[in-house]
Design a protein around this ligand. Structure first.
Ligand code: NDP
Length: 330
């Protein structure tokens, strides 16, 4: 008989999708050439949407939730991985159309896996998780567009959230002067410890949008979208670049072409789920080199598998600070 393991399963009933702690049989996992003993997962904004059903993230039922995991290979038909290897997996439809990381077992394509960088233990990889890896992709997008610390300060919106916290730590280590925009000004000490030089109230970026405003930053990492992103663009200095990766405020973008055609501003889109493997490997290499582990660990709240069910609505309300590491065995 196939072994059963613990997981958070999303099922669809008459009242819509529901997530609950459950058991699943290893024989029922989807196709893949690598089976992994998962030790840790995390909580990203998208997991919050999936668990609460606030957006149709889960598109196959029943499905194990969780868009990422870290663990050790149990068996592998992929020559790149052997039993015992530490691995990380983000995106690729996990927790959306493929069974995800809120489980003690996962089976995925070897192509989706990244070797766990030697700088990290599995819990660190999930302290980074999809949010932190997206912060790295955002910083790489700024660099690709020519941003350097000498060009001026960089704004990080959604600063006390997951993407924001890791972006601040990365940018400050790379020598940038970081301005953090937050609705939680009470978190000033936390944000400054991560490396922010200046804190602004996010309300400043939620005003009516003017096509151009006073130039305030050379670059930005925005995980908020909507009016905030529009105001960020209007205040980006000549030749600057903004990496857009999120929609915590909304999916709309009530902007104009003025920042692009009058200031040569670049708006760089960041997508983590289907990011090609070479760039993904590069991002994890860069995280191992450019992320201060002490700062990363300071962002972490530890959770058990069942805690995900109560934390999910909280992340959607912007009430989770930094990163959550889920010990799936607990
Ligand atoms: P978090 O909830 O941890 O962080 C989001 C932060 O945004 C909050 O902590 C809060 O920061 C701020 N915020 C929330 N609501 C509002 C609002 N109404 N107006 C302004 N600011 C707000 O989420 P994550 O960091 O995990 O993800 C952030 C975003 O990035 C999400 O939209 C997520 O879907 C997206 N994302 C996209 C990826 C991609 O591939 N493009 C990958 C990963 C994430 P504060 O309290 O400091 O103001």
């Amino acid at each position: 008989m196939s072994e059963k393991f613990r997981c958070i399963l999303v099922t669809k009933g008459d009242a819509g999708p529901t997530a609950a702690l459950s058991e699943f049989s290893e024989a029922d996992l989807m196709e893949g050439d690598v089976t992994v003993a998962v030790s840790h997962s995390t909580l990203n904004y998208k997991d919050g949407l999936a668990i609460t059903g606030a957006a149709p993230v889960v598109r196959k039922f029943p499905l194990i939730a969780g868009i990422d995991f870290a663990g050790k290979v149990v068996s592998s038909g992929d020559a790149r991985f052997k039993p015992g290897d530490g691995v990380v997996c983000n995106g690729w439809g996990m927790g959306e159309t493929h069974h995800g990381g809120y489980a003690t077992r996962a089976r995925v394509k070897g192509e989706w896996l990244v070797p766990l960088p030697s700088a990290f233990v599995a819990a660190d990889a999930m302290a980074i998780g999809t949010a932190g890896y997206t912060s790295m992709l955002s910083v790489m997008a700024l660099e690709d567009a020519g941003l350097t610390p000498a060009k001026g300060p960089v704004l990080v919106t959604g600063a006390a959230g997951g993407v924001g916290s890791v972006a601040i730590a990365l940018l400050s280590k790379l020598g940038y002067r970081v301005i953090a925009a937050t609705g939680r000004v009470s978190e000033e000490a936390y944000l400054k410890a991560l490396g922010a030089s200046e804190i602004i109230d996010r309300a400043e970026l939620n005003t009516d949008v003017r096509p151009l405003a006073k130039e305030r930053w050379a670059g930005a990492v925005d995980s908020v979208g909507s009016k905030t992103l529009a105001n960020v663009l209007s205040a980006t200095q000549y030749g600057g670049v903004v990496a857009a990766c999120g929609l915590a405020q909304g999916m709309d973008l009530p902007s104009s072409v003025a920042p692009f055609i009058l200031r040569g501003v670049t708006l760089a889109g960041v997508e983590s789920v289907h990011c090609p493997r070479p760039r993904r490997l590069k991002a994890w290499e860069r995280l191992a080199k450019d992320l201060d582990l002490t700062k990363l660990r300071a962002t972490v709240t530890k959770a058990k598998l069942a805690d995900v069910l109560t934390l999910a609505p909280q992340i959607l309300k912007g009430q989770v600070r930094g990163r959550v590491v889920v010990d799936v065995q607990a």
